[in-house]
Design a protein around this ligand. Structure first.
Ligand code: NAP
Length: 291
C-alpha cells in the first residue's frame, strides 16, 4: 500500500509528487497519456516563472518529471480504469493499487464544438492541438475556432507555418482583452468576429471547409478547435458531488471524502494555469504531510 496515489501526471500531479516524495511518503503517479499533460501541447509557455525567455511545454514537463523522480516518486504510464474513492484503490490495465490517500489530478480535455461534421473529420482536418498537427498544413489556409488564450496561441503558431489563418470567434473580442487582440494582429491572420461555425464540411473523408451560421462558407484545409476544456471527472461520477463537472475542494484541496484531494484543472477554481496547478499540488501534499 502506498501513502499516496496521484492519478494524473500534469503539473498539478507532478508537483504533488515532488512534495510528497520529498516529505518521505511512498508516492505513485499514474498517467495514461504523456507526463506533463496539456502542457506538452504548448510550443512555448511564457508565463511560468523563472523562464524569462519562455520554455517549451515538453521541456517544462520533462523538468517537472525529473524533479518528482529525484525525490523518490514512482511514475507509471498507466491509465486509471476505475478509481474507488471510498476504498482508495485505483485499477489500471496492469493491476490494482491501494493507498492511504488519493490525489485526483486528471486535468481536463479539449471541449468539442459539437456541430455536424466535427467527429467525422476529426483527425482528417479537424484538430484540437495546433502544435501537434499544424505541421501537416504548411502553406495552407486553416481556421482557429475560439477566443481564449489557446486560440491566440494557436493563431500565432499557425501564422508562422500556414499561408492564411482565419480566427473564428463568436463574440467581437477575445477573452484576453486588448493584449490578446494585439497579439493576433498579424498580416496573415483574418479574424471573423461574431461568427459561429454551423458545420464542418468535406470531400472524400477529408475536411475542405466550414459552413458558418450566416450561411457563408470558408474554404480551409484544417480547423483547430480551441473552445476550452472539459474536466476529466467521468470516473468520479456517483462518488463525489461535482459542480459543472469539476470537483469542489476547500483551500487545503480536500474533497468531501477524507483522504481524497483534488488538484489542477479538474478542480472548481478561478484560474487554470500551470502555476496554479503546481500550487494546488503543493497544497494537497502539505495537507497530507501536515507541514
Ligand atoms: P477558455 O479561456 O475557456 O476560452 C474558450 C473560448 O472558446 C472562449 O473565447 C469562448 O467564447 C469560446 N467558446 C466556448 N464554447 C464555445 C462554443 N460552443 N462555440 C464557440 N466558441 C466557444 O479556454 P482556453 O483558451 O483553452 O484557455 C483555458 C485556460 O488555459 C485559460 O485560463 C487560459 O488563460 C489558459 N491558457 C494559458 C496559456 C498560456 O500560455 N498562458 C495558453 C493556453 C491557455 P467566449 O469568450 O464567448 O466565452
Amino acid at each position: 500500500m502506498y501513502d499516496v496515489i496521484i492519478t494524473g501526471g500534469g503539473p498539478a500531479g507532478l508537483t504533488a509528487a515532488l512534495y510528497c516524495g520529498r516529505a518521505g511518503l511512498s508516492t505513485l503517479v499514474l498517467e495514461g497519456g504523456a507526463f506533463g499533460g496539456q502542457m506538452t501541447l504548448s510550443s512555448e509557455i511564457e508565463n511560468y516563472p523563472a523562464f524569462p525567455e519562455g520554455v517549451s511545454g515538453e521541456e517544462l514537463s520533462a523538468l517537472m518529471r525529473t524533479q518528482a523522480e529525484r525525490f523518490g516518486a514512482e511514475l507509471k504510464r498507466e491509465k486509471a480504469k476505475t478509481i474507488d474513492l471510498a476504498a482508495k484503490t485505483v485499477l489500471t490495465r496492469k493491476g490494482e493499487y491501494a493507498a492511504k490517500n488519493i490525489i485526483l489530478a486528471m486535468g481536463a480535455a479539449p471541449r468539442p464544438l459539437d456541430v455536424p461534421g466535427e467527429s467525422e473529420y476529426r483527425g482528417a482536418g479537424v484538430s484540437y492541438c495546433a502544435v501537434c498537427d499544424g505541421g501537416f498544413f504548411k502553406n495552407k489556409t486553416v481556421a482557429v475556432i475560439g477566443g481564449g488564450d489557446t486560440a491566440v496561441h494557436d493563431c500565432e503558431y499557425l501564422s508562422r507555418i500556414c499561408e492564411k489563418v482565419y480566427l473564428i470567434h463568436r463574440r467581437d473580442r477575445l477573452r484576453g482583452g486588448e493584449g490578446a487582440m494585439r497579439r493576433v494582429k498579424l498580416p496573415n491572420v483574418i479574424p471573423l468576429w461574431n461568427t459561429k461555425v454551423a458545420e464542418f464540411t468535406g470531400e472524400n473523408g477529408v475536411l475542405t471547409g466550414l459552413r458558418l451560421e450566416s450561411g457563408e462558407t470558408v474554404t480551409v484545409s484544417a480547423a483547430f478547435v480551441a473552445v476550452g476544456t472539459i474536466p476529466n471527472t467521468a470516473l468520479l461520477e456517483g462518488q463525489l458531488e461535482l459542480e459543472n463537472g469539476c470537483v469542489p475542494t476547500n483551500e487545503r484541496m480536500e474533497t468531501s471524502i477524507p483522504g481524497v484531494y483534488a488538484v489542477g484543472d479538474l478542480r472548481v477554481k478561478e484560474l487554470r494555469q500551470i502555476v496554479t496547478a503546481a500550487a494546488d499540488g503543493a497544497v494537497a501534499a502539505s495537507a497530507i504531510t501536515g507541514v
